[in-house]
Design a protein around this ligand. Structure first.
Ligand SMILES: Nc1ncnc2c1ncn2[C@@H]1O[C@H](COP(=O)(O)OP(=O)(O)OP(=O)(O)O)[C@@H](O)[C@H]1O
Ligand SMILES: Nc1nc2c(c(=O)[nH]1)N=C(CO)CN2
Length: 172
């Protein structure tokens, strides 16, 4: 089945953690550009986030994918303390083709995706029709800034405008 994941990070070296997650998740079918986004919710003063979305083929259960995601987040130093607090790596299952799940530990499509430009703008890079089903209208708000296209030849994002992808404050 085809699964769509959202990636976010705003501590340490976000691009590094997100590229590490791509390696762990296996060859993605599509990867969005990397976006720098203003934090939504959580404590004030946290660094900007980096966000991206990917599509991937997955042939095990969605719950096995959730477990893998939790392992990857933990391996990259994710601590779960403050809700919507800053994090080294967050991976959300945004959608799974042809499937919806409503269990205590997993809800798919992701119930908060449709409210979040930091999710929908990258998701539209990967699958514009899917983003439209979440109500995305193609508008990229000022709080979401494209910083780097993905280079599939080496599996990394290219910071093409000199923009630093390290958040500095609170990280490193
Ligand atoms: N679609 C989903 N993708 C990822 N986790 C999910 C999903 N649906 C439910 N969960 C559950 O949500 C729990 C909390 O996830 P997490 O800590 O990443 O939340 P958050 O990033 O702080 O908030 P949000 O879920 O709003 O992005 C996870 O342990 C997982 O069991
Ligand atoms: N810009 C931005 N803000 C957030 C993000 C995120 O990934 N990007 N994730 C959150 C919790 O999932 C809360 N707020």
């Amino acid at each position: 089945m085809k699964v769509f994941l959202g990636l976010g990070a705003n501590l340490n070296r976000p691009q590094h953690q997100m590229e590490g997650a791509l390696v762990r998740l296996g060859a993605p079918r599509a990867v969005s550009s990397l976006y720098r986004t203003t934090p939504v919710g959580g404590p004030s003063g946290q660094p900007d986030y980096f966000n991206a979305a990917i599509a991937l083929l997955w042939d095990r259960s969605p719950f096995a994918l959730l477990r893998l995601i939790h392992d990857i987040e933990a391996d990259f130093g994710r601590e779960r303390s403050v809700r919507f607090g800053p994090r080294t790596l967050d991976i959300d299952i945004l959608a799974i083709s042809g499937l919806s799940i409503d269990s205590r530990e997993l809800q798919v499509p992701h119930p908060r995706a449709r409210e979040r430009a930091f999710v929908l703008v990258p998701l539209a890079d990967v699958d514009a029709k899917l983003a439209a089903t979440f109500g995305y209208d193609g508008h990229c708000p000022a709080e979401v800034v494209k910083t780097a296209p993905f280079d599939a030849s080496n599996g990394t994002w290219i910071a093409d405008n000199g923009a630093s992808t390290s958040t500095g404050a609170m990280g490193e």
